[in-house]
Design a protein around this ligand. Structure first.
Ligand SMILES: Cc1ncc(COP(=O)(O)O)c(C=O)c1O
Length: 312
């Protein structure tokens, strides 16, 4: 209960349900939005989602994801997740019907290659959701818990969601995730969502300890500094090798390789050189280092990457 109080206070959302994985938290978000739609919006149950979005690997969260590589897998898909292109507010407006209960997206699409939702787009989404009486769900599983230099990515824009999901860094490598929501949205009855390990004391203690570290004096400032150092270094390499620039926020960054390098080949070469890199797509490298990464580690990584980009 102490952890629940601390996390809900930090998020400015009154209720929390602790889950074991990001996908499970998102399943909960989808169920909550559907129940809310059934009760408060005339049976609305669709959730508008984004092309390129990623929400997990359960059946419903795969259907909510917009990952084209999954097209045709595990058919039939779970119905009710119309897709719109990211950063196109007109497309969202056009996709909303009487069946729509919510819109769900990541503030920065992680898996598709660190593709940010623009600040103005997020603000417009909040206004649109309010105007049309639907819920805004932010999947902060990859962007939350300090990753972008703020505790939650939505703080950069002030766009508070009605429902938010957290995972990954929330347990610092242990199986913890969370579904948070505004009080008025919380229509779950006991038993609507649950499982053997939900809210277990061990993970709650871990989560609380992680939250205390992240909110300790100076921690997030240091994440911002490290993110700025990493961005500067990547921009330097981008200029030096004629690459496509850097996108993302804090310590969630991508180097756009277009048109000069093949990300998958670079990952292989990096592994042989003792460097673990990640290419979510052939045209991008994603950088998601530990939040306590040091300047020396960033410099070492940039040196190794410089060597790899220079070629044999
Ligand atoms: C934005 C986002 N949502 C959901 C998930 C799924 O989380 P989990 O792997 O913990 O189920 C991920 C994992 O990559 C993610 O990045």
């Amino acid at each position: 209960m102490r952890y629940a109080d601390a996390l809900t206070a930090a998020a400015g959302l009154e209720r929390v349900f602790f889950a074991n994985s990001g996908a499970e938290a998102n399943e909960g978000a989808i169920k909550l939005a559907r129940k809310w739609g059934a009760l408060h919006r005339g049976g609305a149950w669709e959730i508008v989602t984004t092309a390129g979005g990623f929400h997990g690997r359960t059946l419903a969260t795969m259907s909510a994801s917009g990952k084209s590589a999954w097209d045709g897998l595990f058919e039939p898909r779970v119905a009710g997740f119309p897709k719109v292109p990211l950063n196109d507010i007109g497309a969202v407006e056009a996709a909303i019907t009487d069946r729509t209960a919510a819109i769900m997206l990541e503030p920065i699409q992680g898996e598709s290659g660190v593709r940010p939702a623009d600040d103005g787009y997020l603000r417009a989404l909040r206004a649109l959701a309010d105007r049309r009486g639907i819920l805004l769900i932010l999947d902060e599983i990859q962007t939350g818990m300090g990753r972008t230099g703020a505790l939650f990515c939505f703080e950069h824009t002030g766009v508070r969601p009605d429902i938010m999901t957290l995972g990954k860094g929330i347990g610092a490598g242990t199986p913890l995730a969370a579904l948070l929501a505004r009080e008025e949205v919380c229509c779950f009855e006991p038993g609507d969502q649950g499982g053997t390990y939900n809210g277990n004391a061990l993970m709650a203690a871990v989560g609380h300890a992680v939250l205390e570290e992240l909110t300790a004096e100076g921690f997030l400032e240091r994440v911002c500094e490290a993110g700025a150092a990493l961005r500067r270094g990547l921009e330097r390499l981008s200029g030096k090798y004629g690459l496509g620039g850097v996108r993302g926020r804090g310590l969630l960054l991508a180097l756009d390789l277009n048109p000069r390098a093949d990300g998958f080949a670079l990952v292989e070469k990096a592994l042989a050189a003792g460097l673990l890199l990640n290419a979510p797509a052939p045209d991008a490298l994603r950088f998601v280092p530990a939040l306590n990464v040091t300047d020396a580690e960033i410099a070492e990584m940039l040196d190794l990457l410089d060597g790899l980009l220079r070629g044999p």
